[in-house]
Design a protein around this ligand. Structure first.
Ligand SMILES: [Zn+2]
Length: 210
C-alpha cells in the first residue's frame, strides 16, 4: 500500500509536504500518527489544528491559514527528529514532551519561510516566524540541504556554523537519510525513512490546488 499525505496553502511560492509510506500502516486521529514499524513512528502535526492555536497571535493566525505540516519522526523509542518545525516551535516541543520524546535534531526540507521560519513583513510590520533559529536556541542540531544553507542563513539570521549542511545520502539519524531532490528550491531534500521503505517527500512531489 502507498500512502500520500499532502497539503496546500495560500503562500507564494506554494509549498507542499507529503509523506509516502510503503508497507502496512496504522493511521489514527489528529494529530495523525503512523506506526510504520515497531521501531519508527511518524507524527504529523498540522499548523492551526494541532499546534499554532493562538488566534490572538498574528503569526499563529497566519500559520493556520498556511496549513503547513510538521513531522515528528520517532526513529527509536524515546528519540525523535523534527521535520520543518516552523510557526510554533514551542508547540511542537510541547508535543514531543507530551510523548516523552527527546529531540535529537531538526531537518528542514527546504529554505522557504513557512518551513524554516524567519523574518517576514506581515501587515506592514516586520515579524519573525519561529523556526530554525528557535531550534538552535533550544540546543537542537539543525540540518538543511547544502544548496539551501546560504539562503536559510539570510532568511533566519542563524549563523552558517550552526547549520549542518546535508549532502546526498547523508545520515540524518540511524535509519534515515537525506536525498538531494532539487526543484522546488536548489537544496530541497527528501528523507528516506526506515532504511528505505518510506519516504518523506518534502515538496518534491507537488500537488495542484485550486
Ligand atoms: Zn516552499
Amino acid at each position: 500500500m502507498v500512502m500520500v499525505l499532502g497539503n496546500s496553502h495560500q503562500y507564494t511560492p506554494r509549498c507542499f509536504i507529503s509523506l509516502f509510506l510503503v508497507g502496512s500502516l496504522c493511521v489514527s486521529a489528529a494529530p495523525l500518527s503512523i506506526d510504520h514499524t515497531a521501531s519508527m513512528q511518524v507524527h504529523q502535526l498540522l499548523m492551526g489544528r494541532d499546534v499554532a492555536l493562538d488566534r490572538g497571535d498574528p503569526v499563529q493566525t497566519m500559520a493556520a491559514s498556511m496549513a503547513n505540516f510538521c513531522y515528528v519522526v520517532e526513529y527509536t523509542p524515546g528519540k525523535a527528529f523534527l521535520v520543518d518545525p516552523a510557526w510554533d516551535v514551542e508547540g511542537v516541543l510541547g508535543f514531543t514532551k507530551s510523548k516523552n520524546l527527546s529531540v535529537t535534531c531538526a531537518v528542514f526540507t527546504h529554505r522557504h519561510l513557512d518551513h524554516t521560519g524567519g523574518r517576514v513583513n506581515l501587515a506592514r510590520n516586520k515579524v519573525v516566524v519561529p523556526g530554525l533559529m528557535e531550534c538552535v536556541q533550544h540546543g537542537i542540531t539543525v540540518k538543511v540541504g547544502k544548496d539551501d544553507v546560504e539562503a536559510t542563513v539570510k532568511q533566519t539570521g542563524a549563523s552558517s556554523n550552526s547549520i549542518v549542511a546535508l549532502n546526498e545520502g547523508d545520515e540524518i539519524v540511524p535509519g534515515a537519510k537525506a536525498l538531494h531532490t532539487p526543484g522546488h528550491t536548489p537544496g530541497s531534500i527528501c528523507i528516506l525513512l526506515n532504511d528505505g521503505d518510506a519516504l518523506l517527500t518534502g515538496v518534491s512531489v507537488l500537488l495542484i490546488s485550486k
